[in-house]
Write a protein that binds this ligand. Structure first.
Ligand code: PLP
Length: 354
């Protein structure tokens, strides 16, 4: 079986096997990892190792803080403006999909928002070109969504602008090399590429961190978490992030996985483009390597396609409920063989229903 779910999503089988071996007793601590204190040396080691792997994978220097927060990416929609957007200030938002729309709505609760560009009028079938963004000169930050999970588009370049860039990288984090230069903050709900639900990885650059507004509620102040382990972290989720990051380094790191991700995406998009039976929903140059969204020429056949796929062990292929159609999520842990199997299934389905 292959799981194409958009998230929570497929995890490396090696990491899951390790968990099986380590439950109910972790290492030599005499209890499972879910049962030990978050102030214990055993947990300290897990968290330190997760950080070290993330630092190595992304080549993060000491100016970058790594935070493991809760509340999902949606909490970040509010926490980012709360920390960085003064009531009388303006932040620029580039909206290339459904998640960007939600991020704007939360920021508007805090301060001024300028939608600098949006592809909503074209059903988010493309990413607005950076040259066309209508930016505010003294904006507090520019918020983007580098991969739009529902609409299936991805930005291929990391923008470097006059003000710090914040990205919701939830569905592409650790899938490609990132040029960090322009970023002040990067956040990612773990449940796509880095682990199970329950933890959100936040990378914040120290220069940006120092710009936060005051006063802030303690738990929602990034500074609280950058300074120390403040409250009980989601221990099990971080333990999984450690395993997934270690697995990724064993695969050769981000460059190696990126090459595989590109091959998988090419295989699937080539199959979509090879026939009129299927139709991609995003302009070819903006297609996501992580979430491929497509339709069948005859939309009445889509439920049949999805049902048959599931019977064949190809799981989680239905498009997001707001847009319908088909979505194949191909995160790091999806093997090439899974995408090959999907392409074969698509060819068979077309032969029998075309
Ligand atoms: N942003 C993006 C790009 C997502 O894909 C998702 C989840 O699917 C979210 C935000 C919301 O994440 P969460 O459910 O962790 O709050």
């Amino acid at each position: 079986q292959y799981n194409f779910s958009a998230g929570p999503a497929t995890l490396p089988v090696e990491a899951l096997r390790e968990v099986k071996d380590e439950l109910p007793v972790y290492d030599h601590v005499g209890a499972s990892v879910m049962e030990i204190s978050h102030r214990s040396p055993a947990y300290d080691e897990i968290e330190a190792s997760a950080r070290e792997h993330l630092r190595a994978l992304l080549d993060l220097d000491d100016d970058w803080h790594i935070l493991f927060l809760q509340g999902g990416a949606r909490m970040q929609f509010y926490q980012v403006p709360l920390n960085f957007l003064p009531e009388d200030g303006v932040a620029d938002y580039v909206v290339s999909g459904r998640w960007g729309v939600k991020a704007v709505a939360e920021a508007e609760r805090v301060g001024g928002v300028n939608v600098a560009a949006s592809s909503e009028d074209a059903d988010f079938s493309y990413v607005p070109d950076v040259a066309e963004w209508d930016l505010t000169p003294d904006a507090s930050y520019v918020h983007i969504t580098t991969n739009e999970t529902v609409n299936g588009n991805q930005m291929t370049d990391d923008p470097v602008l006059d003000v710090p860039v914040v990205t919701d990288a939830s569905s592409e984090f650790l899938s490609r090399p990132m040029d960090l230069e322009g970023y002040g903050l990067i956040y990612a709900g773990a449940q796509k590429n880095v682990g199970p639900a329950g933890v959100t990885v936040v990378l914040v650059h120290d220069d940006f961190l120092q710009r936060r507004t005051q006063p802030l509620p303690t738990m929602l102040d990034y500074g609280t978490h950058a300074e120390r382990r403040y409250n009980t972290p989601p221990v099990f989720a971080i333990y999984m992030v450690e395993k997934v990051c270690r697995w990724l380094r064993n695969q050769g790191g981000i460059d190696a996985i990126h090459a595989i991700n590109r091959r998988k995406a090419r295989m699937l998009y080539d199959a979509i483009d090879a026939t009129d039976f299927y139709r991609g929903t995003v302009d070819p140059e903006d297609r996501s390597t992580m979430n491929a969204t497509f339709r069948l020429h005859d939309s009445d056949l889509e439920p049949v396609f999805l049902q048959k796929a599931e019977q064949e062990g190809l799981l989680g292929l239905s498009g997001h409920r707001s847009v319908g159609g088909v979505r194949a999520s191909m995160y790091n842990a999806m093997p090439e063989a899974g995408v090959r199997r999907l392409v074969q299934f698509m060819e068979e389905f077309e032969r029998t229903h075309g």
